[in-house]
Design a protein around this ligand. Structure first.
Ligand SMILES: [Zn+2]
Length: 470
């Protein structure tokens, strides 16, 4: 029995090996192209570009050197940024100019990583047990190196797109603030990156229990609003309490907020998302997911209750995150304050959110002040050409896996482009296990196979979107 088990084991191993060989010739780029992508990836990972301790400039310069060596004219390569440590690279691969350019975007800064927090050197590129390890392997240097390697390949082939293909590798997405590369380019060199639309991070592929289930196309993002709530009293000695107490007053207002929820609804993007999820799902929620897409309030309530992520997809949320108050153990409080953090659906206006909060707090003694300027970006239109290109390329590599449009809760540089009128789509085709997401964390890694499949996928997507129509 043991013997036959062993034989079955070796047979199955042999089969999967043969199968892997057979499928790899369809779904991966040829070996020299994979080698180039890996070489660039390794180089990018090993240049520390943490947004406070590192620099993106050596990466931008390394990319520029590779492009020049590949024959790109110097006049089509731009390296520059807000300061000498924060350079961005922009390169233009010229097409016939029949259509407006497309912009391929990836950020080359990373979240800080300390050696002592990791089980290996975060700035050494390591391939082990089927994974690539290193800070930025997932976020976002895989896409950055793939864009570059594929662009070099298009040139090598003599591919003549009917539109310019622009690749921009940018600084300080993670850091944000004054050094953000996309912001700087939009304000100072709009002409360099002006495009019909952009492809960027924010979409990924999802693996659940070893199965590729969905390839996400990110079309919209929520935006952030922060509010400070304050109640002020004249205070006094705690031995002589009075009915009007700042802490109680604030607490009651916060309780009203905790009992409140913004209306459940879908937009074009999230309706499409739930429709697709309904088709994938096989459990008891299947019908509800499909009904959400059709606008059923009852189904939305059940779906929102089933998962915090679905709840956040279906409504604007506001939650208390910080609390302060009082100044002495034996004094009536003169101040009680709270910070409320809101994640707002793109179609809800800042005015609507603020007015709703006032109504919910229902106390004119509770002052409400918005902190900072909200950066609301409109959703990108669900363009058919982008969706079709993603679908075609997806079914070539992962037959049967759907492309699922989605909205993310976090923020990417795509929002800055959308605010400037350049629709942005998050698409990578890099598949990650749902339970193994290590972006921003320790021992960041992605599957070797996912990297090379992502390369082949993005190679196809960009070609579909830039080939002269026959
Ligand atoms: Zn990122």
């Amino acid at each position: 029995m043991l013997k036959s088990f062993r034989r079955a084991f070796w047979l199955s191993l042999l089969f999967s090996f043969v199968f892997a060989l057979g499928s790899s010739s369809q779904t991966l780029r040829p070996e020299p192209e994979r080698r180039l992508a890996r070489e660039i990836y390794k180089q990018f990972i090993e240049i520390p570009s943490g947004f406070t301790t590192g620099s993106t400039t050596p990466i931008a310069e390394a990319a520029a050197a590779r492009l020049k060596a590949a024959g790109f004219p110097e006049s089509d390569i731009f390296v520059g940024g807000v300061n000498p440590k924060k350079a961005n690279l922009v390169v233009r691969y010229r097409g016939t100019g029949k259509r407006k350019p497309i912009l391929l975007l990836a950020h080359i800064d990373v979240v800080e990583a300390r050696r002592e927090d990791w089980s290996m050197d975060p700035f050494q590129f390591i391939e082990r047990d089927g994974y690539f390890y290193g800070r930025g392997t997932g976020d976002d240097k895989a896409q950055a190196s793939i864009w570059l390697a594929n662009l070099i390949q298009y040139k090598k082939e003599g591919f003549r797109p009917d539109r310019d293909i622009i690749v921009a590798l940018t600084a300080d997405e993670e850091g944000g603030g004054p050094f953000n590369g996309v912001d700087w380019l939009v304000k100072n060199h709009r002409d360099l990156i002006d495009a019909d639309f952009a492809l960027n991070e924010g979409g990924w592929g999802e693996i659940i229990n070893g199965r590729h289930v969905a390839n996400y196309l990110q079309v919209a993002e929520k935006y952030v609003m922060n509010f400070r709530l304050e109640v002020r009293n004249k205070g006094g000695h705690s031995s002589l309490p009075v009915p009007d107490n700042a802490i109680y007053r604030l607490a009651r207002a916060l309780t009203r907020l905790s009992d409140f929820a913004f209306p459940l609804k879908t937009n074009e993007v999230t309706a499409a998302y739930f429709r697709q999820m309904g088709e994938i799902e096989s459990g008891p929620l299947k019908q509800d997911l499909l009904q959400v897409a059709a606008g059923s309030q009852e189904s939305m309530q059940r779906v929102a209750a089933a998962s915090p992520a679905w709840n956040a997809t279906l409504r604007t949320t506001c939650v208390a995150t910080l609390l302060e108050g009082g100044h002495a153990m034996n004094a009536l409080p003169q101040l009680a304050a709270a910070t409320v953090n809101c994640r707002v659906l793109p179609e809800d206006s800042p005015q609507y959110v603020e007015a709703t909060l006032r109504k919910v707090l229902a106390d004119d003694q509770v002052s409400l002040k918005a902190l900072g300027e909200p950066e609301a970006g409109p959703p990108s239109p669900l363009r058919n050409d982008v969706l079709e290109a993603a679908r075609r390329a997806t079914s070539a590599i992962w037959p049967g896996v759907p492309v699922v449009p989605n909205m993310v809760m976090g923020a990417t540089d795509g929002k800055r482009l959308r605010m400037e009128g350049i629709p942005a789509y998050g698409i990578q085709g890099i598949f990650i296990d749902r339970d193994d997401i290590r972006f921003h964390g320790r021992d960041e890694r992605i599957l070797v196979q996912s990297f090379y499949e992502g390369q082949a996928f993005l190679y196809d997507v960009v070609k579909f979107l830039s080939s002269p129509s026959s």
